[in-house]
Structures are given as structure tokens and as C-alpha cells.
Design a protein around this ligand. Structure first.
Ligand SMILES: [Zn+2]
Ligand SMILES: [Zn+2]
Length: 456
């Protein structure tokens, strides 16, 4: 009986998760299309890692003091005896960099020409409060350049991000900072800790904890009372060693060279333990109505990460951009998105034999690059033509019993309704003359939203 009742309980989406629906398709394809363009432009290689990883991969690198590890990971144990991994504590991947570095080490990419330039598009999982409007599963387009510590690489990663978002029609800037390295940061953390300890009682609850686990993290607390205390706090820039200072200055010079908009932000630490030297955020150039900068993602340098994972030294720098954030920004900015699917021809059929021949014709046209639509499950011609009309195709091809006997096909101009009979064998030639084909949607930012016909 209880079973019966259970069946009637509606199964629903988990809180904080989101379905990606057909109505989101055009945004996704628009963004993915630009991802493909940018990774080709800059010759980045594809990598994706599993959703499930050992918990310690992130605990050891992102750090126990970070919000991600402290409270946001989906963490559970594999059943004992499940495999040789049975009993291990695993998590749903909360971020990409540590996972990509694990793969870099595990697959000996250190032996390839350095740096190795990688990109990924993968879902991330963070158990954030669902009511804050953040999603517990989101997707990130990330870039990791591993195996070189030259400052020009840091600048290049930011240049790639800048170009990518420009392709999309989004104008951004980079808050940027250097948080020093293993040499010079400890002295800064000491100075910051002693400054904050003397004012501990005025800090928010979170910051009181951060002071013990990850004092740097206090710097990006949004609480007003903490901000007030930070005004007179020691600044990292005064503690950078010569190497770190020179590295940072060089990064900024490369950015200046290409007029990449950045602003120095001496409180930007990004709250992840593996970062060293350059850290940056990617924010929309124009603040929203509340004067807030919408962040699309961020990144930084992680020269010690490989060693934290037991690998040989492999300095790197990377960035992660939230796809859902980008789509939200596109919608807010009112960027016009070209529809992804554009049908050129509709095939309508009438009768059993015609349906078979139409199926074949669909495959033939598709193979030659036409974008073909159909409604093969419908028998009524008017229903089919209605659909053709809705899809906005220029031409419909109509195949009936009579046309099959005569070896012809009807070509219908959907806007005028004019119909003509065409030799079936000649139909492709006729279509080629009528439609500039195949139609490729090209969108150039400087040309506004115009669509051009192009060649494939
Ligand atoms: Zn605080
Ligand atoms: Zn340093």
C-alpha cells in the first residue's frame, strides 16, 4: 500500500538546480559557438575531467579555510568493496583548476612542449544557499595554461577572456591584484593577522573563523564593519618580494600594450589557497542598477599547485567563467542572439510512397549542407505547410503520388504561395540558384546585429 502512495508523489527538481530548456538553446549555442571560435583562435587544447573526484584533491589545494571546501562540497563515501576505491571520500567537482592539474600530472603532460594550453567546459557543483539566486550546479568555460611562469602568459589568459567576451558582445574589465608567493606572502599574512587580531571583536562571525583558517579571505568580506576595519590594514603590495613585484608590473605592462581594461584591487584574493601572484576577476564594465559589478568569473596564477598534488614543479595560470552568468549578462544587456537553427527548405509529403522518397530526399539535402525541416509524422498537407510557415522557411518541396509517377517535385515559394513543378533530378540545382547556400550566420560585433550570407 505504501508503495502505491509513493508512486503518486511528484518528483521534482532539487532546490538550487536548474533544467536547461529548449528556450535557452539559442543562448547556449551562441556562447558555445564563441567558445569554439576563441579556442581555435588561440590554439587551446580540449580537456574534461570526471564530475566525481577524491575529496582530498580539493581539500589539499583549494584549502580547508575556503568557503568551497568548508561548506560547499557535495561529499560522500563510496560504498566499501565497490572497487579498490571503495570507502574513499569523494566529492562532486566544485571547481576545475585542481582537477585539470591532477590530469596534467597523471598523464605526464609535463613531457609535452610547455606551456600546455588547455580549455574545458564542465559542470561544477557547490552547495550554496539556494535562495541567494546561485545555482548548485553551474557550468564553467575554463582555460588553464600550465608549465610556464612568464608574466606574458598571465596577460595572455586575460586577453583571451577579453576577446571572448567581446565576441559575445559583452564589455568587461579586470580587477587585478598580486597576492605574492610562498616567499613573501607569509610575512604579509603575519602582519595582516596581527592587525586583525587586535580588532577581532569588531569582525563578523565568518571573519573571526577566517582569521584562524585563512586570514587573507577576510580581505574580500562584504560586511560593512569588516570593510571599515580593512581600510587601515596592511597592504600586500608593500610586502611583495622583488620577483613578485617585477612579475606583476610586467603583467600590467602587457595589458597596457593591448589596452585591456583593468583596475588595481589590493583586496582581491579570491579565497582559494593555491593562488599565487596574479589574481583577477572578470566583471562587466558597467555596474548594475545597484552599483554592483556583476562578476562573470575569475582566475589567477597557481605556481605551487602541482607540488601540492605531489607532482613536479609546473607553474600555471588559469581562469573560469560561469556560462549561466554570461547568459544572464547577455539577457540583461539585451544582446541580440541570432537563432541557432535556420531552416531553408521544408519537405512536405502526401502518401506512403512519397513519405519514403521524402525521407531519402531529406538525407540527401542534409548531406549537402542544407538545413532541412520536415513533419514526416503528419499526413495532412495543410498541417505540414503550416509548420513550414511557422519555421519561416523560404521554400517548401511537396512530394505526392502524382509527382512520384511523373518524376517531379513541387517547389513552393512560401512567401508568395507560387508553386512550380520541377524535375525531381534537378531539384538541388534549382534550390542552389534560388537560395544562397549553405547559409551561415555570421555576426560581427562592429557591424551590429546584421546577418550575412557566407560560404561554408
Ligand atoms: Zn567579515
Ligand atoms: Zn614574492
Amino acid at each position: 500500500m505504501s508503495k502505491k502512495t509513493n508512486k503518486n508523489i511528484k518528483v521534482q527538481l532539487l532546490k538550487g538546480f536548474k533544467d536547461i530548456l529548449p528556450e535557452h538553446e539559442k543562448y547556449w549555442f551562441y556562447v558555445v559557438d564563441k567558445v569554439i571560435k576563441i579556442v581555435k583562435d588561440y590554439n587551446l587544447s580540449f580537456i574534461n575531467t570526471p564530475v566525481l573526484e577524491e575529496a582530498q584533491l580539493f581539500e589539499r589545494t583549494v584549502g580547508e579555510g575556503s568557503d568551497i571546501v568548508h561548506k560547499e562540497m557535495y561529499k560522500f563515501n563510496l560504498p566499501k568493496g565497490d572497487s579498490e576505491d571503495g570507502g574513499k571520500t569523494v566529492v562532486l567537482r566544485p571547481e576545475g583548476t585542481a582537477a585539470v592539474m591532477r590530469a596534467y600530472i597523471e598523464h605526464g603532460m609535463l613531457n609535452q612542449p610547455q606551456p600546455v594550453k588547455l580549455w574545458y567546459l564542465m559542470p561544477m557543483f557547490r552547495r550554496e544557499k539556494p535562495q541567494s539566486g546561485r545555482f548548485r550546479q553551474h557550468h564553467q568555460f575554463g582555460i588553464e595554461v600550465i608549465g610556464d611562469q612568464a608574466p606574458v602568459i598571465d596577460a595572455q589568459v586575460m586577453i583571451i577572456v577579453y576577446s571572448f567576451l567581446k565576441y559575445l558582445g559583452l564589455d568587461i574589465k579586470f580587477p587585478v591584484n598580486s597576492i605574492g608567493d610562498r616567499e613573501c606572502r607569509p610575512a604579509y599574512i603575519n602582519a595582516l593577522t596581527s592587525y586583525l587580531s587586535s580588532r577581532q571583536r569588531q569582525l563578523c562571525t565568518d571573519c573571526k573563523r577566517r582569521l584562524k583558517t585563512n586570514p587573507l579571505r577576510v580581505l574580500d568580506c562584504k560586511e560593512e564593519k569588516c570593510q571599515l576595519i580593512l581600510e587601515d590594514a596592511p597592504q600586500i603590495v608593500d610586502y611583495l618580494c622583488d620577483e613578485c613585484r617585477n612579475h606583476f608590473v610586467a603583467v600590467l605592462e602587457y595589458l597596457d600594450e593591448l589596452d585591456i581594461p583593468y583596475e588595481l584591487d589590493n583586496k582581491l584574493v579570491r579565497g582559494i589557497d593555491y593562488y599565487e601572484r596574479t589574481t583577477f576577476e572578470v566583471v562587466l564594465k558597467n555596474p548594475d542598477e545597484d552599483g554592483k559589478n556583476l562578476s562573470l568569473g575569475g582566475g589567477g596564477r597557481y605556481d605551487g599547485l602541482s607540488e601540492q598534488l605531489g607532482g613536479r614543479p609546473a607553474p600555471g595560470v588559469g581562469v573560469g567563467l560561469g556560462i549561466e552568468r554570461i547568459i544572464g549578462a547577455l539577457r540583461t544587456a539585451g544582446v541580440e542572439i541570432p537563432s541557432f537553427v535556420r531552416y531553408e527548405v521544408f519537405i512536405a509529403q502526401l502518401g506512403k510512397e512519397a513519405k519514403k522518397k521524402a525521407l531519402r530526399l531529406f538525407e540527401d539535402l542534409k548531406a549537402e549542407g542544407w538545413r532541412v525541416a520536415e513533419a514526416f509524422s503528419k499526413d495532412s498537407l495543410s498541417t505540414q505547410l503550416e509548420k513550414a510557415d511557422k519555421l519561416g522557411v523560404q521554400y517548401a518541396l511537396i512530394l505526392g503520388q502524382k509527382e512520384i509517377m511523373d518524376g517531379t517535385i513541387i517547389l513552393r515559394d512560401m512567401s508568395s504561395g507560387m508553386q512550380e513543378e520541377v524535375n525531381f533530378e534537378k531539384i538541388k540545382d534549382v534550390l542552389k540558384k534560388r537560395i544562397t547556400q549553405p547559409q551561415v550566420i555570421v555576426r560581427d560585433l562592429d557591424d551590429g546585429d546584421q546577418e550575412k550570407d557566407g560560404e561554408n
